[in-house]
Design a protein around this ligand. Sequence first.
Ligand code: UD1
Ligand code: UDP
Length: 374
Amino acid sequence: MDKIKVMSVFGTRPEAIKMCPLVKKMREYEQIESVVCLTGQHREMLQQVIDIFQVKEDYNLHIMKPSQTLTSITTDVLTLMGPVLEKEKPDIVLVHGDTTTSFAVALAAYYQQIPVGHVEAGLRTYDKYAPFPEEMNRTLTSRIADLHFAPTEANKECLARENIEKNVFVTGNTVIDALQTTILRDYKYKSPELIRILNDMRERILLVTAHRRENWGQPLRNICEALCEIAERYEDVAVIYPVHLNPKVRDTVFEILGNRERIHLIDPIDVEDMHNLMAKSYLVVTDSGGIQEEAPSCGVPVVVLRNETERQEAIEAGTVRLAGTDKKKIFREISALLENQEQYDRMAEAINPYGDGHASERIIRAILQYFGVR
Ligand code: UD1
Ligand code: UDP
């Protein structure tokens, strides 16, 4: 066989953070011709990542619309992916995780009978509405995929429970590959807003992100109100919250948390700023999936603004706690970690169940093996 043509397709910030290390690694393999297609489900937040990792796309479908719907993302990706796949005829398409981009691209490839490799396979909560629509996106992607790259043994077991046992490879998570290049000892921040905030900061940093669909509306209001009370109660704590660009999120967050003492609302920061800020934070409070993997690796405890998580490894290791979206419960969980040093220290032990930073190489070797190429 000539070179294997691998088309990596992604469209949102977290997919890009976890796919770019793999795309870069593929450049080192002469047996592989790597093609990159962005769906453009995100725009600025995607560009920030691509620029940092210096990945150049071959295609960008530019599908993002303000306040886009799940239907528009799915149908636009399906419609626009077809001609790209027909032109490029890749030997395999790689998708990542659980976004609507991932599922729709997998489906588009399946319609042309092109094998699909699923990076970050086998994460499950078994609740189809939490996270929504991610749980269904990844479950359906697993049904379509031919190769499954599971970050952990537990993820492999989840796939086995669904009778998916062929071509499942435990690889670690490529987020650890990414972290190894982004976190630096004498890191210099780039965001002028962040530099200004960090200048002379004496308080303990509470790094917050919240944007999930199932938290829009009242749950997000509860989260914001709990954060207000934390900032009022603890004068030695400052909240830094890079707010997602979605207007549905921004409207609520700025209404409740805008112009408050020791609460800093900033625009999304690039991944290098984010990872280094995370490493220097006292506590992370988030509904993000990826941050639940990153913070434990940095030895920073995480309060998760969800009722369930697909990242059970971090729960078992004790660095992540579920607070859900009840205002009182969120306040209690954060407050306990601000006040109780013993509890904090127990959670702050750095653990990394997600691999050794060589996930990309394992994924590439599995692809070569699948195609019978040395
Ligand atoms: C998407 C994913 C979610 C992932 C998240 C990462 C789906 C259904 N959801 O959710 O799994 O956790 O990305 O952040 O696939 N926007 C901009 N600029 C950007 C990005 C977004 O303005 O660069 C705004 C747009 O108005 C857009 C809206 O945010 O319509 C929502 O974006 P969307 O991708 O639909 O939802 P996310 O909540 O980002
Ligand atoms: N992130 C970032 N800048 C920000 C906020 C988050 O680079 O301002 C990174 C974060 O470190 C993690 C990823 O984005 O790697 C998480 O993305 P998000 O929370 O949007 O999606 P999820 O992981 O929930 O799918």
